[in-house]
Design a protein around this ligand. Structure first.
Ligand SMILES: Nc1ncnc2c1ncn2[C@@H]1O[C@H](COP(=O)(O)OP(=O)(O)OP(=O)(O)O)[C@@H](O)[C@H]1O
Ligand SMILES: [Mg+2]
Length: 403
């Protein structure tokens, strides 16, 4: 099963593009599910469906066209269905932070629940090979990043803390309970966590394998939206996700000649050019602003054809994340693909939270992940089309030249 993840800043057109992609793939004979991972669902609206949902179909995939299903994960429904797993997980997480257990259960619909529920579906559909393509209509960037960070976090918890906690409590529960008022995870909680972890097992690898999953960043050709896209691009790389296309939506059509739009056109051209430079070699796909909002199947159909033409939305257009951060001992290394560059052309500097890579007159800002605040670049090396920068915990050492 191929997984396509569409994300970007709020309102850029993620749901519309995800829905249009679904329409196109289904029309080409692929069994396709578009699933909304955003708590503020708008997938039904994009298809212009005014459905009276029943208990039977709420939260489940609904057929909307031949080969095409859509699903808005219903978190209340999910909690009932997966209650033992999820409530146990939440209770334990909140218990660790010291929230009373009763309150923790009341707080069961907390941020992150949609994401966990959606991940359970992703893994299940992949295991069951239920669809040829799963399209994820994601929440705006920040939440999407939380979504993709859940499996590694849970994995970390299971590896590092779970066994330790469980074995300590097994021996020391009576003692522990006399010295703290905090609720301690029960055996049942541990069983729930383990069951949940089991159901999510493998999803991280699935999402990080560019042959299965690639991310498409939807953006608009404007400064503020564009800057967020750059950061998203880097952060997805940081989490090991492969962005294989950037979709620039709402470009003014050529035949709009009203002078009112002159400056808009210049701004858009500037950001289009910048996008090609910045994201290279990731392909840039463009979509014109339509004469009206794009709602309902005919409009989505048209948009899908405009976006992809004859090309195949299912291909992986990149097989390797362009930036790779790796931890080696106490140091981090950043590896960037920089084809066609000679090492003595590269100059490095750090400004605020960015690493600035200068090549000739061209300056490349690489926003650094928060994990690296307090780190300084200590060494940089360029070879065979890639730049590797090493970061050490010490402050002060700022790289200048490149070996
Ligand atoms: N190319 C386009 N031309 C005209 N209208 C568009 C285009 N793309 C999207 N729209 C319209 O813009 C609005 C917002 O689009 P959409 O809901 O897809 O954005 P989103 O990124 O999913 O938003 P959210 O962050 O709220 O999930 C919708 O009314 C949609 O029909
Ligand atoms: Mg949306």
């Amino acid at each position: 099963m191929r997984i396509l993840l569409y994300t970007g800043k709020g309102g850029v057109g993620k749901t519309t593009v995800a829905a249009a992609t679904g329409m196109l793939l289904a029309s080409r004979g692929l069994k396709t599910l578009v699933m909304s991972v955003d708590a503020a669902h708008s997938l039904f609206d994009a298809f212009d469906l005014d459905l009276k949902l029943t208990d039977m179909n709420r939260g489940n995939p609904l057929p909307v066209a031949p080969n095409l299903w859509i699903q808005e994960v219903d978190v209340t429904e999910e909690i009932q269905r997966h209650w033992p797993d999820i409530s146990g997980y939440v209770t334990a997480l909140l218990a660790v932070t010291g929230v009373e257990e009763v309150l923790a259960e009341e707080l069961a619909i907390f941020p992150g629940m949609e994401e966990v529920s959606a991940l359970l579906y992703v893994n299940r559909y992949a295991r069951e090979k239920a669809f040829d393509v799963l399209i994820l209509d994601c929440a705006p960037t920040g939440e999407s990043l939380r979504f993709i960070s859940i499996p590694p976090t849970l994995d970390w918890y299971m590896k590092k803390l779970y066994r330790l906690q469980r074995s300590i409590l097994k021996v020391a529960r009576p003692v522990a309970q006399t010295v703290t008022n905090l609720p301690l995870p029960t055996d049942r909680t541990f069983e729930n966590i383990e069951a949940l972890a089991g159901k999510l097992e493998g999803v991280d690898a699935l999402l990080k394998d560019p042959r299965t999953t690639t991310v498409r960043l939807v953006t608009n050709p404007e400064k503020i939206v564009f800057r967020e896209t750059q950061r998203a691009f880097m952060y997805f790389g940081l989490y090991g996700f492969t962005v294989d296309a950037v979709i620039i939506n709402r470009i003014l059509p050529e035949d709009v000649n009203d002078p009112f739009f002159d400056q808009w056109r210049k701004t858009q051209e500037k950001f289009l050019e910048e996008a090609k430079r910045y994201f290279d070699p990731v392909p840039i796909w463009t979509l014109p602003l339509q004469p009206d909002q794009v709602v309902g199947r005919p409009g989505l159909d048209e948009l899908g054809r405009l976006l992809y033409g004859e090309s195949d939305p299912v291909s992986s257009y990149r097989s390797q994340a362009p930036y790779r951060f790796q931890k080696r001992g106490s140091a981090y290394t950043l590896t960037m693909d920089l084809p066609f560059v000679e090492k003595d052309e590269i100059d490095l500097a750090v400004a605020g939270a960015d690493l600035i890579v200068r090549i000739g007159n061209f300056r490349h800002h690489v926003p650094l992940p928060r994990t690296l605040s307090g780190y300084s670049p200590s060494r940089a090396r360029a070879e065979r089309g890639s730049l590797t920068v090493q970061f050490e915990p010490a402050r002060g050492a700022v790289a200048g030249g490149v070996e």
